[in-house]
Design a protein. Structure first.
Length: 250
């Protein structure tokens, strides 16, 4: 009897939660969406979203910040708006003790910017997101063109690919992954290492190299881009991309 009394007395306290408050809000304002089971499912999804986006402050170290990135597997197409993309929260490291030492030792700002961009773009990618060049521009308070130049110079100097919207999702005229794969191949870097450096699969790397070798041979023999496309079975636009790389005399 006493146990029942305690249950009746103190049991309701378990309902003094965010979920209960949210349930009552939805029931009062949007009750037409369904019965209790539907509302409970709605509450669960909203709670999961809150837990994902509002990270505990103890999860963020000094020098870090929370940012939203486009989910790296999100399909992209021309004209697709940012608000139509799935976003994921990522933690980016803005300042490290090494950065402070770099400043103290007088390293050039250009090199520091490139190093910073490489770090945050890779951090976002490792957490399931992909940043764009405008992201980097906003975070560094510099122009998008400067972000692009910093990244391209860093990639060329280090033989790696910094993962961002243009090369991960094959948007626009970004050819970085193909260029790096071919350049690394010509340096006799093994395919597994090449793939790791440009964040693509070994099959992708082998395909880039095979296409490059075939197109380079036909291009040197004087075949037109249309003829090369017919011979190789590749699209004309893709052939032109490879010819552009070849003409840069990598």
């Amino acid at each position: 009897m006493k146990q029942d009394h305690n249950r009746n007395m103190y049991g309701p306290m378990a309902y003094k939660t965010y979920e209960t408050a949210l349930f009552k809000l939805i029931e009062a304002e949007f009750g037409y969406i369904g019965g209790p089971d539907v509302i409970n499912l709605f509450v669960k999804k909203i709670t999961e979203l809150n837990e994902r986006y509002y990270v505990d402050k103890n999860s963020i170290k000094p020098g870090q910040m929370l940012w939203l990135a486009v989910e790296k597997n999100e399909k992209q197409s021309y004209g697709k708006r940012m608000k139509d993309n799935k976003l994921v929260p990522v933690i980016l490291t803005l300042i490290t003790p090494e950065d402070i030492e770099d400043y103290a030792s007088g390293k050039k700002p250009k090199n520091l910017r490139a190093k910073f961009l490489s770090r945050i773009y890779n951090e976002a990618y490792d957490q399931g997101g992909v940043l764009s060049e405008p992201d980097g521009a906003i975070l560094l308070r510099i122009s998008r063109s400067m972000v692009s130049k910093c990244i391209l110079d860093y990639e060329k100097d280090h033989g790696v690919m910094i993962p961002r919207s243009g090369n991960i999702r094959d948007m626009g005229r970004t050819l970085t992954h193909k260029v790096l794969a071919i350049r690394n191949y010509k340096k006799n870097i093994p395919t597994p290492d090449n793939a790791r450096m440009i964040k693509h699969s070994p099959d992708d790397v082998d395909r880039y190299i095979k296409n490059h070798m075939r197109i380079e041979l036909l291009h040197k023999r004087g075949h037109s881009d249309v003829e090369i496309a017919f011979i190789t079975g590749l699209s004309v636009s893709l052939v032109r991309e490879y010819i552009e790389i070849i003409d840069e005399d990598l």
